[in-house]
Design a binder for this molecule. Structure first.
Ligand code: SIN
Length: 488
């Protein structure tokens, strides 16, 4: 264990894959290093499993699925609740592991653990609210009944930007529905996943119900999950590019699919917005997780009447943001996850400034070095810039000026993506009009923070399929069966 990662319970730092209820090393003993993005230090060496280990995990999940599906919803709910309680009891350690491997500030990491447990808690309740239907029969001598049944084994592939919450958001509804799972966490952040596995083991999930397989060869591991007939569903959060591959690979076995993919969120500030609310909302949306969320505002459209005031107020606050190691007191922005992410930010800034964009604050690598980047505000953004059509995934607020409402809506919708959109106005009729006109799965007005277990999370167009969390989330893991009884 890294010297700087001190845990109350060091046994939460598991480094082997969790297959069939047992933590197991990769068969050939191979490992890969998990590094702290704040300082490059190795935190742990983790089992570097591959496609064969995924296949073993699928065997385990398939063996467990009948007995797990046969448990009562009340039994599943009780184990989920135990898991939830254990996560809350160990929140400090889970947050420390998360900050060490991902870089987000400790307070934000604790917020993520609470967000993560909210899904376990929610689906522990939803498990008991799955109801079928008795239909009005079209025949006098036949009964029509609808059953909802667990889909079976599901494969989950989760990202590094929310190493805890994206796991619980996928696993909890599936397990609550009576399915079993094989999960492949991002190679940058396997330790949060394995800590959750250890707590699931302590909560008493039977062996094979939750399997977590770590490894660097994501393409082969994903392909094995998609190709296996016994895996009936794939749920993935990550890039649109990888989502397309998984969808193609799942075609032969006709799997049910949920994809939470890239975004290119617009944030529109109308002249009649409350300036303070708009600035706070823009910061909450843009700089959360150093801009590394799929729902971070990527393009800010600001109406000409409020533009200059908004720029000044936003830049003042952004310039005060403390950047540094997530364990340091008062830090609100950690490092960028890796060099590739950092390079993309640099590319977007270089492209934007070459095309007339003006950096008001930030715009450079941070003096701390490594992958730290200055929180940035850039004005004069235009539609020919890369940051108009690509998600920057970094702490860069790009501001576009507009005059008319219809122009802002047209520009906001001019993207292949459709995950989250934000706008600020005090005009109630505009709230309805703009909410309906924006082609996004989640349209949010007068706030920049809305993620919770209650709202259905997901996108349209190239941002994905299906919804996570909420009362709709469990249906993604169930099949509807028609049962007809004749001669009655
Ligand atoms: C994501 O960026 O993928 C998830 C963000 C959220 O749940 O709010």
């Amino acid at each position: 264990m890294s010297a700087s990662l001190i845990l109350n319970d060091p046994t939460l730092l598991q480094t082997n894959a969790f297959i069939d209820g047992v933590f197991t090393a990769a068969p050939n003993g191979k490992t890969f290093a998990v590094r702290n993005p704040a300082n490059g230090e190795i935190i742990a060496e983790v089992a570097d499993c591959g496609a064969d280990d995924i296949a073993r995990a699928i065997d385990a999940a398939d063996t467990a699925r009948h007995s797990w599906a046969a448990t009562t919803a009340k039994e599943r709910s009780a184990i989920l609740r135990k898991w939830n309680d254990l996560c809350l009891e160990n929140i400090d350690d889970l947050a420390a592991i998360l900050t060490a491997e991902m870089g987000k500030p400790l307070a934000e990491a604790k917020g993520e653990i609470l967000y993560g447990t909210s899904f376990i808690d929610w689906f522990a309740e939803e498990a008991r609210r799955v109801t079928g239907d008795v239909l009005e029969s079209p025949f006098p001598d036949k009964k029509f009944i609808v059953l909802k049944q667990p889909i079976g084994v599901f494969g989950a592939i989760t990202p590094w930007n929310f190493p805890n919450a994206m796991i619980t958001r996928k696993v909890s509804p599936g397990i609550a529905a009576g399915c079993t799972c094989v999960l492949k966490p991002a190679e940058q952040t396997p330790l949060s996943a394995l800590a959750l596995a250890e707590l699931a083991r302590r909560a008493g999930f039977p062996k094979g119900v939750i399997n977590i397989v770590t490894g660097m060869d994501a393409p082969a591991m994903g392909e094995t999950l998609c190709a296996d007939e016994r895996v009936r569903k794939i749920t993935f959060t990550g890039s649109t590019e990888v989502g397309r591959i998984l969808m193609r690979q799942s075609a032969d076995t006709i799997k049910k699919i949920s994809l939470e993919l890239g975004g290119n969120a617009p944030l529109i500030v109308f002249d009649d917005a409350d300036l303070t609310e708009a600035v706070e909302g823009a910061i909450a949306s843009k700089y959360r997780n150093a801009g590394q969320t799929c729902v971070c505002a990527n393009r800010m459209f600001v109406q000409s009447g409020i533009h200059d005031k908004f720029v000044a107020a936003l830049a003042e606050k952004v310039a005060e943001m403390k950047v540094g190691d997530g364990f340091e007191e008062g830090v609100v922005q950690g490092p960028i996850i890796d060099q590739q992410g950092f390079d993309k930010i640099e590319r977007h800034i270089a492209d934007a400034t070459a095309k007339g964009g003006v950096v008001v604050t930030g715009g450079k690598p941070h003096e701390k070095g490594g992958t730290f980047y200055q929180p940035t505000v850039l004005t004069g953004a235009t539609r020919d810039m890369q940051l108009f059509s690509e998600e920057t995934f970094g702490p860069v607020a790009a501001l576009f000026k507009f005059d008319k409402e219809e122009d802002a809506i047209a520009a906001a919708n001019d993207t292949i993506f459709g995950l989250a959109a934000y706008f600020f106005t005090k005009d109630v009729s505009r709230i309805f009009r703009v909410s309906e006109a924006l082609e996004y799965g989640m349209v949010v007005s007068n706030t920049g923070a809305y993620s919770s277990e209650v709202g259905p999370f997901g996108g349209v167009k190239a941002s994905g399929l299906g919804r996570e969390g909420s009362k709709y989330g469990i249906d993604e893991f169930m099949e509807i069966k028609l049962m007809v009884i004749g001669g009655v």
